[in-house]
Write a protein that binds this ligand. Structure first.
Ligand code: HEM
Length: 107
């Protein structure tokens, strides 16, 4: 009886740990894909949304105050900014935490 109880408890623990999704952008399940050409239309101009891509993930920065009109410190939305965020920005990829993911960049 005690063993059965312990077994159930262990099972519940396993189930719960499988459900706890990370607050970061790991385990991306979004199916939408963008080519670099498609991404370029999301430049934050003329009412378009502002998307940027880093490490193959496309982020929506439309409502990020630092990305007003798709511009941020001279950088434009609608582009893959992997190298720029890693080598030029002072903050690195840490600023991507919590920014909505809208898809993946494909060839
Ligand atoms: C994706 C590519 C990105 C690039 C290339 C980039 C580049 C830069 C650069 C060059 C600066 C320094 C500006 C200066 O000299 O004063 C900066 C600062 C800053 N960026 Fe970005 N950035 C990017 C993404 C983001 C994102 C997604 C956010 C979202 C919140 C963000 C928020 C900030 C903030 C708050 C600062 C002020 C300094 C700091 O807090 O570290 N950036 N960025």
């Amino acid at each position: 009886m005690k063993r059965a109880f312990l077994l159930c408890f262990a099972l519940i623990l396993i189930l719960f740990s499988g459900c706890s999704s990370s607050t970061n952008n790991e385990n991306i399940k979004i199916d939408k894909t963008f080519t670099i050409d498609e991404l370029s239309t999301y430049n934050g101009k003329n009412g378009n949304s502002a998307y940027i891509s880093v490490d193959g993930i496309v982020y929506d920065v439309t409502n990020v105050s630092q990305w007003k009109n798709g511009m941020h410190n001279g950088f434009e939305a609608g582009k893959d900014l992997t190298d720029e965020i890693k080598t030029i920005s002072p903050h690195g990829i840490s600023k991507l935490k919590g920014i909505p993911v809208v898809g993946k960049l494909v060839e």
